[in-house]
Ligand binder design. Structure first.
Ligand SMILES: NC(=O)c1ccc[n+]([C@@H]2O[C@H](COP(=O)([O-])OP(=O)(O)OC[C@H]3O[C@@H](n4cnc5c(N)ncnc54)[C@H](OP(=O)(O)O)[C@@H]3O)[C@@H](O)[C@H]2O)c1
Length: 397
């Protein structure tokens, strides 16, 4: 990876001895995802929150007065009296990173303004997930996609030295691509995937789905969700490959010797994904029933799949990202697990649970995944993505 700044690449050791060394801000700090960011950042060994941003409705108020706090722990005391700012880069001076939990209706131009002001933006919103120069990263799966950042900076007008945007995935994509990636790592490419989701209400933000729609009910439709899962899976599980300049304008911006790249959307082995999404009356924790077919024949047995999932480890762990789960995938042997109420706090919501691994009579193997949509499905992923970016030297600190 090339980047234009010379600096000492941090290691877990030198960051651990210098806690609180990286100033950060939170955009959308009053929202569901923003609150979760603040809880996680309050205890973070490196990141210190210096600024909180929300809408003009909240700007100017004390954080404790602006927020409808919905977490099970109290507002961390250090945030209560911070004056909420409008989401403009001039209010975030000194911050190197901003985490964004902004409403998707406003996230696009705001996140782009922070990138243009040379900040590293780690976003939960969907706005830039399909941008060909923005990586869509699930931290246990594809942090290698950070290699596109020099190109994102170079092709920005004007070119940037430090600013960039990284997005994380939709919460239901995040949960199930982790075991899918573990399986591809162990057994080679997948050929097709069928996934049926049972998604918690907190995934819709606050106040979310009306109680009269969801109580005693299942809603077999979540707008845009199936398409997001089907598309995001290909970007995340696919590779980054060399590409040619597409038009004269791009070519003009690319210095000789710079190697352009693109996301291949799993093109080396085309992968078909079919998703069916349902909203269920569960507060937190998305359950997903997954069937897969492997390209390789004969496919692995359910027992081999179980062992591969349980043995999975990844770069975020070996690099020493402090918020990464110690164990990313827990495999259950009990026939009736995982369950949201019992399993959603595994690894403080940073891990995923898999159970019911068995033969699929139509594809090859089927299983159930449970992931915490407000933790690994949202803020926790962004924070681990930022930790990995720091450890890889992508964020100069
Ligand atoms: N909920 C989840 O589990 C989840 C998971 C993954 C991704 N996401 C995505 O994350 C994003 C946030 O979701 P959420 O559920 O946290 O939403 P939310 O609870 O509605 O919070 C939205 C935040 O955006 C701020 N905002 C609204 N209008 C603004 C404006 N004009 N300028 C600046 N800030 C503005 C709000 O500030 P005020 O309080 O001042 O209005 C609030 O802080 C969405 O894009 C969502 O799709 C959510």
């Amino acid at each position: 990876m090339s980047h234009s700044h010379t600096h000492i690449t941090p290691t877990p050791t030198n960051l651990a001895t210098n806690p609180g060394s990286i100033p950060v801000g939170v955009l959308g700090a009053t929202g569901t995802v923003g609150q979760r960011f603040l809880v996680l950042l309050s205890a973070h060994p490196w990141f210190v929150v210096r600024a909180l941003g929300a809408s003009p409705r909240s700007a100017g108020k004390r954080y404790a007065d602006a927020v409808k706090w919905k977490q099970t722990t109290p507002i961390p005391s250090e945030y209560r009296d911070i004056k909420v700012s409008e989401c403009k880069p001039e209010h975030f001076e000194g911050c190197k990173i901003v985490f964004s939990g902004l409403d998707a209706d406003v996230a696009g131009p705001i996140e782009s303004a922070f990138r243009a002001a040379e900040l590293a933006v780690f976003s939960n919103s969907k706005n830039y997930r399909r941008d060909p120069n923005v990586p869509l990263i699930v931290p246990y799966v594809n942090p290698s996609h950070l290699s596109i950042i020099p190109q994102q900076r170079l092709l920005h007008s004007p070119p940037l030295n430090r600013g960039f945007i990284v997005t994380n995935a939709n919460c239901s994509t995040t949960g199930y691509v982790i075991p899918l990636h573990a399986l591809e790592k162990a057994f080679g490419p997948l050929d097709c995937v069928m996934v049926t989701t049972l998604q918690a209400v907190s995934g819709a933000g606050y106040p979310g789905v009306p109680v009269l729609d969801i109580f005693d009910n299942v809603v077999p439709y979540i707008g845009g969700e199936e398409e997001k899962i089907e598309w995001e899976t290909l970007k995340i599980l696919g590779g980054v490959v060399p590409s040619e300049p597409e038009d004269g304008q791009v070519q003009a911006a690319v210095p000789a010797g710079f190697k352009l790249q693109k996301f291949d959307m799993h093109a080396a082995h085309p992968l078909r994904v079919s998703a069916s999404c349902n909203r269920v009356p569960v507060l937190d924790g998305h359950t997903e029933c997954v069937s897969v077919r492997f390209a390789r024949r004969p496919p692995p047995s359910p027992q081999q799949v179980r062992e591969a999932l349980a043995a999975f480890s990844c770069e975020a762990q070996t690099l020493g990202a402090p918020s990464a789960a110690v164990k990313v995938i827990r495999v259950h042997e009990e026939p009736d697990r995982p369950q949201p109420r019992l399993d959603r706090y595994f690894q403080d919501g940073a891990g995923v649970d898999v159970g019911r691994v068995r033969q699929c009579p139509v594809l090859d193997v089927k299983f159930v995944v449970l992931s915490n949509n407000v933790s690994i499905g949202a803020a926790t992923s962004s924070i681990i993505n930022a930790e990995v970016a720091v450890l890889k030297g992508v964020v100069p600190v």
